[in-house]
Design a protein around this ligand. Structure first.
Ligand SMILES: Nc1ncnc2c1ncn2[C@@H]1O[C@H](COP(=O)(O)OP(=O)(O)OP(=O)(O)O)[C@@H](O)[C@H]1O
Length: 488
């Protein structure tokens, strides 16, 4: 519906945007991104017809913008500029009603039912109907922004141009505004072009992104293709990290400040506290963790680590809450804590340090194998036979990449399987070699300071230490478990 072909333009002699081309589909949301001064607003002015292009053409529904009268154009295209300063003392309702002007035939045209409905709908949907009679001068920046959006929506345009629409809006209204726009693209066949500074919001709501730099197109594609680490870092001159959104296939960008985590405190054996109740460690600074723990699972940053002993007959409907309560009772903030449980006597924990010139790690293992399982034949069993868990903690004094975290988990698991083979632990149901127990848990934690580690597979420096260390610690922990069983 909108064709921008080889457009260049700017102010007087100064060409600000250069050779921009794109085709916009009906109902699409296009986000325009770029650093300050990259020409985003200027491009919007060209698309809205406010600035004539110095080169190239812009056509809307097959007609050049210059062939539309300003009233015809206003019926089709609405603009919500940045930082609206309104000098006049209009009420909210009067302001929104102005959006109907392009639809009225002549100065004294009657106010129709359709005009009224469009105004009320727009005020309702932007949440400003309650301020209908207030002067817009008495509203907050965010409320005012919503009034001007209502005005633009009351205009019932086919193309809506927005400059930083979520500026001034709190999180809840940002979401409401963008959800509303998304909904209008289908319910009112609306097409949207919007400038964003917030790359994550743009990624979430836009179908495509146009990234500008020095007035030129760097990339025009889906958010996943535009928000690449190298591209964003080069254009914005800032260090970033990209990761997947937790619920949608959209990238999210995180700024990496110049100074990372301060301090290079090491994790050592001496930091562990062992009692009959739990094995516990409080790190001098938060560690980046990946775990399958009861609390603090997945990827996160945590300072407290606890492996809690529970009785053999431990039954709890909400073990997550129970573990949070436990951490709280000991003064460890649950949101700062990785917590695991085991029926094993935790005094039997095996803790060892391993070092190379570049790296050092600490491994802590508690092992009970009463519940051993051969994963290949686990489909034959219905319920775990008895309590017994292998909990493995790996602390790395180093800076792990994402792939190193995952590979470290794999290497730990492979080493654990090998230790079970060495110890000839069998699945009691199938009488075949066990590969673990039904409820094993693993955590990899890294200080994220010091030497960088890209990979942690079995033949890397880190992988070699993990392999050797986990086999040693797990084997010894199984021996402790067997000794204790014999004495019972
Ligand atoms: N009315 C104007 N007259 C002359 N130059 C202008 C005018 N408006 C903008 N410029 C210049 O054009 C360039 C691009 O400005 P523009 O406002 O389009 O950038 P932007 O990407 O929207 O920036 P921001 O993110 O800071 O809003 C800047 O160098 C700016 O100084």
């Amino acid at each position: 519906m909108l064709n921008v072909t080889g457009v260049s333009g700017g102010y007087g002699e100064q060409i600000v945007v250069k050779n921009i081309s794109f085709h916009l589909q009906q109902q699409e949301i296009l986000g325009i991104l770029g650093p300050n001064g990259s020409g985003k607003t200027t491009l919007m002015k060209l698309i809205s017809g406010l600035l004539p292009p110095q080169e190239g053409t812009i056509s809307f529904k097959g007609l050049k913008l210059s062939d539309y009268s300003s009233k015809q154009l206003a019926k089709e295209i609405a603009v919500l500029p940045q930082l609206h300063s309104h000098a006049f003392d209009y009420t909210v309702r009067e302001t929104v009603c102005m959006g109907r002007y392009p639809h009225q035939k002549g100065m004294f045209a009657p106010w129709t039912e359709q005009d009224e409905k469009a105004v009320i709908d727009a005020m309702e949907q932007t949440g400003v109907l309650q301020f209908e009679k207030h002067s817009i001068q008495d509203l907050s920046g965010g409320e005012r922004q919503r009034v001007f959006l209502a005005q633009a929506l009351a205009q019932e345009p086919k193309l809506l141009l927005l400059d930083e629409p979520t500026n001034h809006l709190d999180l809840s209204y940002q979401k409401q505004l963008l959800d509303l726009l998304k909904e209008w693209t289908t319910s009112h066949e609306l097409t949207v072009i919007s400038i964003f500074h917030d790359l994550n919001v743009a990624s979430l709501y836009c179908d495509r992104l146009l990234l500008l730099h020095h007035g030129e197109t760097v990339k025009l594609a889906s958010p996943g293709a535009v928000l690449k680490k190298e591209t964003v870092e080069q254009v914005y001159q800032a260090r970033i990290h990209t990761q997947a959104h937790p619920e949608l296939p959209k990238p999210q960008v995180t700024l990496l400040p110049k100074h990372g985590q301060s301090g290079d405190d090491f994790i050592t054996k001496d930091l562990f506290h062992i009692s009959s109740d739990h094995v516990h460690l409080t790190a001098p600074q938060p560690l980046k963790t990946l775990s399958s723990a009861v609390i603090g699972p997945g990827l996160g940053w945590h300072r407290h680590f606890v492996n809690r002993h529970v009785p053999m007959d431990y039954q709890c409907d909400d073990s997550y809450q129970d573990m949070c309560n436990y951490a709280g009772e000991w003064g460890w903030n649950p949101s700062d804590t990785v917590g695991m449980m085991t029926a094993v006597m935790v005094e039997d924990v095996v803790i060892k340090e391993f070092k190379t010139q570049e790296l050092s790690i600490v491994i802590a293992v508690t092992a009970g194998v009463g519940n051993a399982v051969d994963v290949a034949l686990a489909h034959e069993r219905e319920h775990p036979s008895s309590i017994g868990t292998i909990n493995i903690w790996l602390f790395v004094n180093g800076k792990l990449s994402d792939e190193a975290f995952i590979q470290a988990m794999m290497t730990v698991t492979e080493a654990k399987v090998k230790a079970l083979q060495h110890a000839d632990v069998k699945d009691p149901l199938t009488n075949t070699l066990a590969t673990g127990t039904a409820t094993d848990s693993v955590m990899v934690a890294a200080t994220q300071s010091g030497n960088s580690v890209q990979y942690a597979g079995p033949i890397t420096d880190l992988g070699k230490m993990i392999g050797k260390g986990v086999v040693l610690c797990t084997t010894e922990a199984i021996q402790q478990y067997s000794k204790r069983k014999k004495h019972l």
